[in-house]
Design a protein around this ligand. Structure first.
Ligand SMILES: [Ca+2]
Length: 185
């Protein structure tokens, strides 16, 4: 065997630095709570894994498919044809505590007059709303919207809702949803 007097290669150093930086990056990153954030997983039981219908939404007005004939990226679309019925998807519920601050975001793209709404929703143990915060978009190009809110007293769970409100008519597409805990008091 040759004596081990070789100096580490530049690429070795770069690789080690990459590993170290990568580990720090993971430690720093806020943990994504949602699964199937981009609606890429195959539909099971009418809905994408990681999502449930909101309230009494008629799922026949929800669709999941490629962004366009030439873009296979999957998106979630609400085809809202009613000015008296709202439709939406809710994420799963996640345990939350009063004082925790959450950040929710999603990309929204509207068509045919549609308006999209993102809810950050704090609920009790039965899923009843305690407090929520919303943001809407009527952008016809993809737009990222986000909301931040501190969980109020009584909070047991946090979730997000992607919604087309009761009075709105049109199409709304959603993609790349996110829900993260940003701080705990
Ligand atoms: Ca997607």
């Amino acid at each position: 065997m040759r004596p081990s007097n070789r100096k580490p290669s530049v690429w070795g150093i770069v690789f080690c630095a990459f590993l170290m930086f990568g580990c720090y990056g993971i430690a720093w990153a806020e943990q994504e709570l949602l699964t199937n954030t981009g609606f890429e997983l195959p539909i099971t039981d009418e809905l994408p894994p990681g999502w449930q219908k909101f309230s009494n939404t008629d799922v026949t007005f929800l669709s999941f498919g490629p962004e366009s004939p030439t873009n296979p990226n999957m998106v979630f679309t609400i085809n809202d044809e009613s000015n008296s019925i709202g439709y939406g998807l809710r994420s799963m519920f996640f345990p939350a505590q009063p004082g925790q601050v959450y950040l929710a975001s999603v990309r929204i793209k509207c068509a045919d007059g549609g308006i999209g709404t993102l809810y950050l929703d704090f609920t009790d143990e039965k899923g009843a709303r305690i407090q929520s915060k919303t943001i809407t978009s009527r952008s016809i190009a993809w737009e990222t919207v986000s909301v931040t809110l501190e969980a109020p007293a009584g909070t047991e769970m946090v979730s997000i809702i992607l919604y087309s409100q009761t009075v709105h008519v049109g199409k709304v597409s959603f993609d790349d949803a996110s829900l993260v805990l940003v701080s705990s008091n």
